[in-house]
Design a protein. Structure first.
Length: 663
């Protein structure tokens, strides 16, 4: 086909997709179905793959996928990114108005009221309409180059509707719904939840893998133009409209006011609306409308005199802490939660609030029976922020860290010195079972991919699986009890379980879930001790004499095997016929010094098997393609690694070529 025609088709597809992105992510008013959209995108990806000469950094295909970034370089801002002074009540905002009028020597001033979005600010540079750089605020003078990450945010267009060279600024934020979803996920992973959406947005933008940003649904509102006179824009109100015309997302709730009373009315109205917006706001930004006035008003070192933040009062209430409850998470973290006398916080009844950890309780001197202030952090998660000590009557009781795990009665402690979280140290605590099973069935252990997280949860809740050993005793009847499993799936899982009995010994060790023992340590242990009986009898001296095993790991291993439940589980594994011995494999240096990466699924090997083969032959397997990669092995349905390898000129081989290489 002639190239000119292809180029035209690509450009047409890009324009179409950009338009649909705009309808969907900015106007929230799509005009085609998801299927139709996917078709357009698929066709564009296909053409760009086939004709890489037409690839472009501002193509909508850049919004999907992603890859590793080596770090964030610092770049000077074109103009400092200032912050704002705050006001907290009607009196203070009236004073601001007076000050402005006095400096300008006028009797009336127009203001633009905008919501103050609780996110992180960003500067976006467009060159002839294409997004070329995104900078974080940094210290206001220099910011971090976060272009790759920002490109993944759906509401930030890679091309403007007009081919302008312009710098605009605005806020990137995490919508409430996404924030809550993300925090639940973090807690499940044993990570502390983010206190507010701003931290969550900032944390996401600092990721070194832009595909994470692509998945996390950050959003944006743009509100500022650098050097507006270049575009003949004379007021903030015009600026907001201009930004909209460029295809940028502008908050729809801004208002043009003739006087400060109108500003105060807007502020009051927004206080009522703030919890219903779907994104978190912490006030109103009041900006003088006319840009002519800005140079007269000037700015201090930190903030301009032509704008001010008019903050909302904290959503706060007074109530009594009647008890505490201890929650144990999937990784054993024990979190204290306050049980409160129910109190109304802006329309929701709050009965429980976060106390974070025991260091926090000590620092704030919180006791059971205390009257406390509860605030919604970032407006979302209620937390106890302070104690009203004057209201104590002497009957209050201290809150002490538990000596035993509230679920299993096991020992409690910190995993390492620096940690604030207290954990249950019993490796077999039922509360940790779901997480443990996830490791157990993972690729680096028994590789039973049919038993995903969803099923694990169901089996544990139905008490069909009570410890990891139970997996090998699952019957078709057990599996059928769990909804969503058909006969084919059952047969497949049982086959995988049968196969898993032959798992190499070091991966069995990974599956045992011994705290602090990962793949590398497991390999050392397997090679050294040869079988489970030797390993379970290992002494501290013997363990620490092995290179690569430190005293903390040694202690953890000994503790693990001392546990009665461990003995029971090992018996179960033995009886089920699980391989508990190290099998010497012939080693060679055939692939010595070579680094491989695998993408897509292979026909004859699981990834774990391929990895083992490569390692036995002296090679290494990495998870990402870089200039150090020697071979990319491509299976069916390869991912973005293939593209990266092509870009870097890495040698690409298929499964057959790989087999030749190792034969
Ligand atoms: S104007 C020169 N408008 O609040 C000041 N800022 O404390 C330019 N923010 O760093 C900022 N929403 O990150 C402006 N509608 C809005 C805003 C807003 C949120 C943030 C921004 C800024 C901080 C000021």
């Amino acid at each position: 086909m002639d190239k000119e025609k292809i180029k035209k088709e690509i450009e047409k597809l890009r324009k179409e997709i950009e338009y649909h992105n705009y309808r969907y992510y900015i106007l929230a008013d799509p005009v085609i179905s998801d299927d139709e959209y996917d078709k357009l995108m698929k066709r564009l990806i296909e053409l760009e793959e086939k004709y890489p000469e037409f690839k472009s950094p501002d193509s909508p295909t850049q919004k999907v996928g992603g890859g590793l970034i080596s770090g964030f370089r610092s770049v000077p801002h074109s103009k400092p990114m200032l912050s704002l002074d705050n006001t907290y009540n009607e009196e203070e905002i009236k004073e601001f108005d007076k000050r402005v009028k006095k400096i300008l020597n006028v009797s009336e001033v127009e203001y633009v009221c905008e919501l103050k979005i609780d996110g992180v600010s960003v500067a976006l540079r467009y060159n002839e309409g294409s997004l070329v750089m995104a900078l974080s605020r940094g210290n206001g003078i220099e910011g971090d180059d976060i272009t790759e990450n920002v490109k993944k945010i759906k509401s930030i267009p890679l091309r403007l509707f007009k081919p302008l060279t312009i710098e605009v600024r605005g806020e990137i934020f995490m919508p409430v719904e996404e924030f809550e979803k993300y925090n639940i996920q973090r807690e499940e992973e044993g990570l502390p939840p983010f206190a507010n959406p701003r931290n969550a947005a900032a944390g996401t933008l600092r990721q070194l893998d832009s595909s994470i940003v692509a998945k996390r649904n950050l959003d944006s509102f743009i509100y500022y133009i650098v050097d507006p006179e270049k575009y003949n824009i004379k007021t903030q109100w015009e600026a907001l409209n201009f930004l909209k015309e460029l295809g940028l997302k502008v908050n729809p709730l801004s208002k043009l006011c003739n006087n400060i009373d109108c500003v105060i009315d807007y502020w009051k109205e927004m206080i009522n609306q703030r919890t219903k917006l779907g994104y978190w706001v912490d006030g109103v930004v009041v900006k003088v409308n006319k840009f002519d006035y800005y140079s007269i008003l000037g700015e201090t070192a930190k903030s301009p005199r032509w704008a001010i933040a008019f903050k909302f009062p904290a959503i706060k209430a007074k109530t009594r802490l009647i008890d505490i409850e201890l929650n144990v998470g999937r990784t054993g973290t024990i979190t204290p939660v306050a049980i409160l006398e129910p109190v109304n916080l802006e329309g929701t009844v709050v009965k429980r609030a976060s106390l974070h950890n025991f260091d926090y309780i000590k620092e704030k001197d919180i006791k059971i029976g205390d009257y406390v202030y509860v605030e919604k952090a970032g407006g979302i998660i209620p937390q106890v922020v302070s104690v009203i000590k004057e209201m104590r009557n002497g009957t209050e009781k201290d809150i002490l860290p538990p000596e035993k795990c509230p679920v299993c009665g096991g020992p409690v402690g910190k995993l390492n010195e620096g940690e604030v979280a207290l954990r249950c140290l019993n490796p077999h605590c039922p509360q940790k079972l779901k997480r443990h099973l996830e490791i157990f069935v993972s690729r680096s252990a028994f590789d039973i991919s049919g038993l995903g997280e969803k099923f694990i949860d169901k089996f544990v809740e139905a008490k069909i699986i009570n410890d990891i050993g139970d997996i090998f005793y699952l019957t078709p009847f057990d599996l059928a009890q769990i909804s969503g499993m058909g006969p084919k799936m059952i047969a497949n899982i049982l086959e995988q379980i049968e196969k898993a009995k032959k798992t190499p010994f070091h991966r069995v060790i990974v599956g045992l879930g011994i705290p602090m023992v990962g793949e590398k340590t497991a390999k050392i242990l397997a090679e050294h001790f040869k079988n489970i009986d030797n390993l379970s009898k290992a002494t501290f001296e013997e363990l620490t004499s092995i290179e690569g095993i430190g005293p903390e790991v040694a202690r953890s291993i000994i503790e693990y095997f001392k546990n009665e439940k461990t003995k029971e589980i090992i018996e179960k594994l033995k009886k089920a016929g699980v391989n508990l011995e190290y099998k010497e494999t012939k080693k060679s240096d055939k692939l010595k010094g070579l680094t491989f990466v695998i993408t897509g699924s292979l026909k004859n090997y699981t990834r774990e098997e391929a990895k083992e083969i490569i390692e036995q032959l002296g090679g290494k397997v990495a998870s990402t393609v870089s200039s150090k990669t020697d071979y990319l092995i491509v299976g069916e349905n390869p991912g973005s690694k293939l593209e990266k390898a092509k870009q870097l000129g890495v040698k690409i081989i298929n499964e057959e070529e790989f087999e030749k290489l190792i034969s």
